[in-house]
Design a protein around this ligand. Structure first.
Ligand SMILES: NC(=O)c1ccc[n+]([C@@H]2O[C@H](COP(=O)([O-])OP(=O)(O)OC[C@H]3O[C@@H](n4cnc5c(N)ncnc54)[C@H](OP(=O)(O)O)[C@@H]3O)[C@@H](O)[C@H]2O)c1
Length: 264
C-alpha cells in the first residue's frame, strides 16, 4: 500500500473500499440492512484498511461490526464517514451534534476521517464545518474534510474556518475527470478523493489496450492513473477477485504518454 499525507500529517492509504451498498439486501442502496459482513471481511483479507461509509448509507453499524467479525482491532482499520447537510435547518445545532455523536459512538469513540457529505448554503456549510473542527480538536476525528465541494465552496470555508479542509471527496472517472477542481484542491493542499472511480467508464476499449502492455485490466489502469495523479481512490466491489484486482496496482507505473491518452 502507498499513502498520502494530509496537511495535518495524517497518512491515508491511496486505495480504500467504497461501501455504500454493503450489508444491504441485494446490494440495493435503498434496501434493508442484512448486516452481512462477509464481503467486508474479504476486503480486509485483500489488504484494504480504509472503508468509506456515511450516515446516509445507513450502514455505519455494519462497518463497525465487520471490524469485530474480522477479529481486527479498531485502530487497524481507517474509517471515513460523512454527515449530511441537505435540508438541515440552520438553527438545528442539536441535530448536527446528535448525528456527529452517533457516528463517534458507533466507531468506538472516534472516526478517522469525517466529511461534510454534500455542500449546502455557505452559511450551513460553515456551521457544520465549525462543529467538525470542534470535534477534531477534541480528538474525535483524526482528519476532517468535505465532499462534492466546488472551488467557490472550498474558498468560503477556507476564508472563515480555523482549520482548512484536509480532503475533498468528489466524483472522478472518465465521464467526469474534474481536472480543474483536482488541481485546485492540490494547490491548497487538500487531498482529492475519487468516488465512482470505476463507473461510468465510456472508454474501456482504450484502457484495455493500454492494460495489455502492462498485463493489467482496464480497471487497474484507471485506478493506477488516478493514484499517479495524487488522487485517493475508493473503488467498491462485492466480488473478492475484483477487490483483489483493484488493490493490486502497486507493481507497475504508467508512462506519461499512457497517462495522457487515458484523459484524451
Ligand atoms: N461522496 C459522495 O457523494 C459519493 C457518491 C457516490 C459514491 N461514493 C463512495 O464512493 C464509492 C465508490 O463509488 P461507486 O460505488 O459509486 O462506484 P465504483 O466503485 O466506481 O464502481 C462500482 C461498480 O464497479 C464494479 N467493479 C468494481 N471493481 C471492478 C473491476 N475490477 N472490474 C469490473 N467492474 C468492477 C462493481 O461491481 P462488483 O461489485 O460486481 O465488482 C460496481 O458495480 C461508493 O461505494 C461510496 O463509498 C461517495
Amino acid at each position: 500500500m502507498e499513502y498520502l499525507t494530509l496537511h495535518n500529517g495524517f497518512k491515508v492509504p491511496v486505495v480504500g473500499m467504497g461501501a455504500n451498498t454493503f450489508g444491504k439486501v441485494n446490494h440495493d442502496f435503498y434496501g434493508a440492512l442484512d448486516n452481512d459482513t462477509k464481503e467486508l471481511i474479504w476486503a480486509y483479507e485483500n489488504g484494504y484498511r480504509l472503508i468509506d461509509t456515511a450516515i446516509v448509507y445507513r450502514n455505519e453499524t455494519v462497518i463497525a461490526k465487520s471490524i469485530k467479525d474480522a477479529h481486527l482491532n479498531r485502530k487497524d482499520v481507517m474509517v471515513t464517514s460523512k454527515i449530511p447537510t441537505k435540508e438541515l435547518p440552520l438553527e438545528d445545532d442539536e441535530k448536527i451534534e446528535a448525528m456527529i455523536q452517533s457516528s463517534i459512538n458507533i466507531f468506538g469513540g472516534y472516526v478517522d476521517i469525517y466529511l461534510i457529505h454534500h455542500p449546502s448554503t455557505d452559511e450551513i456549510n460553515l456551521k457544520v464545518w465549525k462543529a467538525l473542527e470542534s470535534h477534531y480538536l477534541k480528538g474525535h476525528f483524526k482528519a476532517i474534510g468535505v465532499s462534492n465541494f466546488s472551488k467557490e465552496q472550498l474558498d468560503y470555508i477556507m476564508k472563515y474556518a480555523n482549520i482548512k479542509p484536509m480532503m475533498n471527496q468528489i466524483e472522478s472517472n472518465p465521464a467526469n475527470w474534474q481536472q480543474e477542481l483536482i488541481s485546485y484542491c492540490k494547490a491548497y493542499d487538500i487531498v482529492p478523493v475519487a468516488w465512482g472511480p470505476l463507473d461510468p467508464v465510456p472508454n474501456k476499449d482504450i484502457l484495455t489496450t493500454i492494460g495489455n502492455h502492462y498485463g493489467k485490466t482496464w480497471a487497474q489502469i484507471l485506478l493506477r492513473h488516478q493514484i499517479q495523479k495524487g488522487v485517493v481512490v475508493i473503488p467498491k466491489s462485492h466480488n473478492k477477485l475484483r477487490q483483489f484486482e483493484n488493490i493490486n496496482i502497486f507493481d507497475f507505473t504508467l508512462s506519461l504518454e499512457d497517462m495522457r491518452k487515458i484523459e484524451e
